[in-house]
Design a protein around this ligand. Structure first.
Ligand SMILES: [Zn+2]
Ligand SMILES: [Zn+2]
Length: 269
């Protein structure tokens, strides 16, 4: 399984849209891995995870062809992950009516949210997925798990399985709640990427992880048999307000064997 992180930024990206903090200004001045587009991923070139407002820019930057993405999985309906109006360009006058279009999977807010976004939106094939109920998507076994995030909908993190490999895409979430911990017990993972929005600045908001919280989550995942010495552990969904540059994050996580995600990072399991 090859997971390409197309974007690794939090809601307002880095440099933060309207931010003038140290991390944002450093990213503006020096570019490189400190520039983070809104988060998303592509698995094996066919499965798109989340489709936020930077999807177009990510595709150009990384030389990707969105028509190759035959299936789209959404984690939740926050704007940085969910830009349903972008799908209008799959319809006339941009493409013929008979064009094959991606199949879309998400919670009720995602699936129902397409209605009325543009004239043909209801023609897109959408499938409701629910936490803890596995489904087959494009030859992958996909098991959504309950994220601790946007509480007025079934916010999802996603376990993908294929060819004996198992990967967990773990954003957006705070520290999982009991239902998710119970479900994960003994589920051995080959790879995981986790929310790291808050960086060095833990906040009152419980729906994301700081670096310290991420370490605690990984530790607990190790204790219940999800993460072992061979498991790839990475980060994503970094916010400028976390107050950490890429290099500072690497210094923090290196002793723990955790890889700091960046736009364009390819994870091969
Ligand atoms: Zn987000
Ligand atoms: Zn969110």
């Amino acid at each position: 399984m090859r997971i390409l992180l197309t974007g690794t930024g939090a809601a307002d990206g880095i440099p933060g849209y309207f931010q003038t903090d140290r991390v944002s200004e450093l990213a503006r001045a020096h570019g490189g891995k400190d520039v983070r587009y809104r988060s998303g991923a592509v698995v094996d070139g066919v499965l798109k995870i989340d489709w936020g407002p930077d999807t177009f820019a990510c595709a150009q930057r990384l030389g990707l062809r969105p028509r190759d993405w035959t299936h789209v999985l959404f984690t939740h309906s926050h704007d940085d992950h969910y830009a349903p109006r972008e799908f209008q360009y799959l319809f006339p006058p941009f493409l013929p009516m008979e064009t094959e279009r991606p199949l879309i999977y998400g919670n009720a807010a995602v699936v129902d949210g397409f209605a009325g976004q543009f004239e043909e939106a209801s023609l897109l094939e959408r499938f409701l997925i629910r936490s803890f109920e596995p489904v087959e998507v494009a030859g992958y076994r996909v098991t959504p798990i309950h994220a601790y995030h946007k509480l007025d909908e079934d916010s999802l993190n996603l376990i993908l399985e294929k060819d004996g490999k198992r990967f967990l895409y773990g954003t957006d979430t705070g520290v999982y709640q009991d239902d998710t911990w119970e479900f994960l017990e003994g589920v051995a993972l080959d790879g995981i990427v986790l929310d790291c929005t808050d960086g060095f600045q833990a906040t009152e908001y419980w729906g994301h992880l700081s670096c310290e919280e991420l370490l605690r989550v990984v530790d607990r995942l190790a204790k219940i048999g999800c993460v072992g010495s061979e498991t790839f552990v990475g980060t994503t969904h970094h916010g400028a307000l976390g107050g950490a540059t890429h290099e500072e994050l690497e210094r923090f996580f290196e002793p723990h064997g955790i890889h700091v995600g960046y736009d364009g990072m390819l994870i091969e399991l």
